[in-house]
Design a protein around this ligand. Sequence first.
Ligand code: GRF
Length: 216
Amino acid sequence: MKRGRPASLAVLLSGTGTTLQNLIDKIAAGELPVKIAVVVSSRPDAYGVVRAHKAGIPVEVINRKDFEDPMEHAEAVKARLAKHDIDLIVLAGYNHIVALEKSRQVPAINIHPALIPAFSGKGFYGDRVHKAVLEYGVRFTGVTVHFVDDEYDHGPVILQETVEVRDDDTVETLRSRVQQVEHRLYPTAIKLFAEGRLKVEGRRVKIMPRRRKQQS
Ligand code: GRF
């Protein structure tokens, strides 16, 4: 992170952008001291693009359909991101693999609507996750925020919180309660990152205590 300016984020999305909207709202309310430098969408028609435009955030569309090979698309996204001065890549309903810098200078984080490693990995996204949770019959699901590595839903876990599954839950009711938790947990994790309080040790992420303000 660079001194003297708020942490700079790139938000990657493929869909409706409710996750992006929540971050925009939290920043506007003064609850999240970061800046969204750019939004990258893998679809030109994603509603998240409209939300970014409304908030005056620059948008780059890199259409997944323009690439046969997923890695070629990921490399194109990486090349475009390199043009921006970014501290953190935030996946927000982004359905594709990301090509990370080998040096890992810019970390990426993701939010998953279940308790990783359950109901996660390739093919587990959106309502498919909640449907699988209900079909399996587990009593608890939840939300996971994690660092991204080269596998789907796999990097070190930053924060997790449980959500109870009720007997009368449908995909819609469960999604709604899970999203309420997501909208609290993602800004919390991003803030911890921006404050330099996340220390990765192997697969474990330590949350460091808040630094005391220097006495003058
Ligand atoms: C969220 O439920 C999140 O867990 C997943 O994408 C969903 C939101 O999509 N990664 P969007 O932000 O509304 O496009």
